[in-house]
Design a protein around this ligand. Sequence first.
Ligand code: DC
Length: 335
Amino acid sequence: MVVVRGATTIAADDKDEIKYATAELLKQISSCNGLIKDEIVSIVFSSTSDIHSYYPAKAAREAGYEGCSLFSTMEPEIEGGLRLCIRVMVFVEKNIVPRHIYLRGAKILRKDLTSVFNVAIDGPAGSGKSTVAKLLAKDYNILHLDTGAMYRACALKALESGVDINDEAAIVDLMRNVKLDIQYIDGVQHTLLDGEDVSERIREPHVSMAASTVSKHPSVRMHMAEKQREIAHKMSCVLDGRDIGTFVLPDADFKFYLTATPDVRAKRRYDELLAKGHKVDFEELKKEIVCRDEQDINRKIAPLKLAEDATLVDTSDMTIEEVVAFLKRKMQEKI
Ligand code: DC
């Protein structure tokens, strides 16, 4: 039996607030842990003593958690503790490494019961970081956050709305009016723009360079970095990007910088795009990658660079499996 923990807060002791917050918390716990309702044996809630209007257990029942036993208890007072807080323990009949979920400012009280750790993988396009991050996250049963997808989604929105990608104010305005969501379905990241799944479309070649351009704007970066930190502080994850070890999470537990020669990187992207049915010219693609490197390395805020305490890995002559094994060995050495 595995226990997944979580907590959330509500704005007021109100029945509808409790129903909404409880359903949201259980939904996140299920999706981040890849759970189906049948795998949940029991759910125990404990609420702070200022919550009276409704029982979270009842809310869970109404949200469709019917096949498991549900309990609501009251939490003892903790000096300086959060007010209007609902905590939960979800008992699961599945062999998983639990991802504990803390929403709306709720905090982990017992650090000994959880071990949030972050792995930062930075590097240029085609260095293999995304594939490696995905495999590593799967191995450790933790989340993979592909931060490039967020800049790509922003670029896609700008391109489709006819907004100039060089116009920082217009891009920020656009981002304010669009809902960018990252969801995990069976452990796989999906990027949603206003509820529409754009995970495939953001990979189209014309979006890549535009993503690099929108990522130059300081206010766009601050916005994205904030979102990434919010996720990383809540749960263990492998994050891949350009500035994770240097800017987003300078305190990341493990830091890697993957690279490879431009030829190798272009060939990887070429094969990848070809397999997806995109017609691309190899030389064009290589030019685009080199140009993107230039732009990512030379931008003023949080440029692509090797963090002082990151391990540099040249993957030019390595298979993906070799890279993953190397990273795991390095992590093991550090533990
Ligand atoms: O990793 P990728 O190819 O999906 O990233 C697309 C672009 O987004 C990349 O050229 C630069 C930008 N990016 C960034 O500036 N910072 C990140 N953490 C991730 C991506």
